[in-house]
Design a protein around this ligand. Structure first.
Ligand code: IMP
Ligand code: MG
Length: 178
């Protein structure tokens, strides 16, 4: 599995540094609030778990499983595979995802949660791929920037593989052409 990786983009150590910094920042920003962390499955998994351990204030944890419908029109459509089980009206929400790429998913999720009456909504992603952006949305908390290449590991998959890698890397070309 590790042999399929051409280049390491972020080491385990670097990821841990980012997670610690983001945890500190969010803890400071939510001092007298009780945020609801909403993780987007499945990619958020390792990041969400590590981040939560760095949050030193009361909070709650929820998950959604969504995908954005990549249609021809620029107005994205959200497919909800698994919805929230709680009412987030009046809550301070932090959406957690692995990567912000085209922005379609996060834009649609943000719209949905706004329509459900969230008091505030912030977005926290481990990775930002600014060159991939197709819709206007930015994250409030960002681990690191990555160039416009497909990365795997630490939650990010290629055909459901590699989510379990402890670091983030780029696959060898021959893996895609198999
Ligand atoms: P969006 O394009 O910003 O809507 O991102 C949607 C989802 O695509 C992300 O949450 C990831 O699951 C996936 N994705 C985007 N870029 C990559 C990548 O480089 N590697 C693996 N998954 C990615
Ligand atoms: Mg994802």
């Amino acid at each position: 599995m590790v042999n399929d990786i051409k280049k390491v983009s972020l080491t385990e150590e670097k990821i841990a540094e980012h997670v610690k910094r983001l945890g500190k920042q969010i803890t400071a920003d939510y001092q007298n609030k009780e945020p609801v962390f909403i993780g987007l499955l499945k990619g958020c998994n390792p990041f969400m778990m590590d981040l939560l351990k760095q949050i030193k204030t009361y909070c709650s944890v929820e998950y959604m499983d969504v995908s954005s419908y990549n249609g021809t029109s620029s107005t994205g459509k959200l497919i909800i595979n698994q919805d929230l089980k709680t009412n987030i009206s009046g809550k301070d929400v932090i959406i957690v995802d692995d990567i912000l790429d085209t922005g379609r998913t996060l834009l649609e999720v943000k719209k949905l949660l706004t329509s459900r009456g969230a008091r505030s909504i912030k977005i926290c992603v481990l990775l930002n791929k600014p060159e991939g952006r197709l819709v206007p949305i930015e994250a409030d908390y960002i681990g690191d920037l990555v160039p416009n290449e497909f990365v795997v590991g630490y939650g990010l998959d290629y055909n459901e593989r590699y989510r379990n890698l402890p670091f983030i890397g780029v696959l060898k070309e021959e893996i895609y052409s198999k």
